[in-house]
Every structure is written in C-alpha cells, then in structure tokens.
Design a protein around this ligand. Structure first.
Ligand code: ZN
Length: 163
C-alpha cells in the first residue's frame, strides 16, 4: 500500500499488526511512518461504528462449501478405489489423489468455520472485536482524527464540539 500523501510504500508488517484479523475489523486509521500523516485504509473497519457484517455468522455458505468440497474429495477417492486400472491411467489417478487432498483440505477449513459458528465461538470473537473497537472510539482524540479524515463516526463517539 502507498501513502496518499508522500506516495511512499508502507510495509505490510506496519499495516498488519499482531492483532490483525481476517474480518478486517481493526482501526482504519493509518499513520504513515514516513511522513507522519494520517489516512484511512478502506479494507479495515471499526465494527462499533459500521456494524458487524451478518455474513460472518451465516452458516449457509460455509456449510454448502464444506459439503461440496467433501463430496468432490470423496468422489475422487471413489474413482481411485473402484475404477480398475486399465480404464484410467496412473497419471489420472495421481491427479485425482492430489485433487482430493486439495478439496478435503478446504473441506476441513469450511467444516471448522461451521463448527465455530454453531458453537457460538465466532459470535464471541466478533463481540470481542466490537468491544475493542468501542474502546478505540471512546478515545476522543481518536474519534476526532477519524472524523477529520471524513470517516462517519457515530454521534455517540463524537466529541461535544463536533456533534
Ligand atoms: Zn506518507
């Protein structure tokens, strides 16, 4: 990513701190380490200001993907075991074996997402991210900096003079 002020590129380890999460729920306020000016990163969101996207708690899509990947992986294995050698060549079997490993690996990832949503763990993680976001926004100087960059800060977080 490049700083919009000085156009110098900013290293990833600066943009993605340890508490980085795949939801993109972290502070969108970036301070350029080279020119010290603030700017907004559109990939990051304050969930306390913008709300949590319901798709993270929707079981339908990961469940569908888990089932499809499991089915494809199973079909690949089925062909390897039940179709006799003269009909399909060894290289095709190798290809099927690799494909099934690939699809089953994805299936595991999707099944884990389904379990996380079902068990309420996903909701807990998101709640914690919202609480962290609230904490950031309750800091008046932080809310002011976001506001000055044109970010839609909810009124309850705005300092009195900006309301
Ligand atoms: Zn800069």
């Amino acid at each position: 990513m490049k700083c919009p002020h000085c156009h110098k590129s900013i290293e990833n380890n600066y943009l993605y701190p340890k508490d980085w999460n795949s939801y993109g729920y972290l502070s969108p306020l970036i301070t350029c380490p080279k020119c010290n000016k603030d700017f907004l990163c559109k990939a990051f969101h304050e969930p306390a200001a913008e709300g949590v996207d319901k798709k993270w708690l929707n079981i339908g899509i990961p469940l569908k993907r888990a089932l499809i990947c499991t089915a494809i992986g199973a079909v690949c294995w089925g062909v390897i075991y039940y179709v006799s050698n003269p009909i399909i060549s060894l290289s095709i079997k190798e290809f099927l074996a690799l494909s099934s490993v690939y699809f089953l690996a994805f299936a595991i990832i999707y099944w884990m997402t389904v379990i996380r949503i079902k068990s309420g763990k996903e909701a807990k993680i998101l709640l914690k991210l919202v609480q962290e976001s609230e904490k950031r926004l309750q800091d008046e100087s932080y809310a002011r900096r976001l506001y000055n960059l044109g970010y839609k800060v909810p009124e309850k977080y705005l300092p009195k003079d900006l309301q």
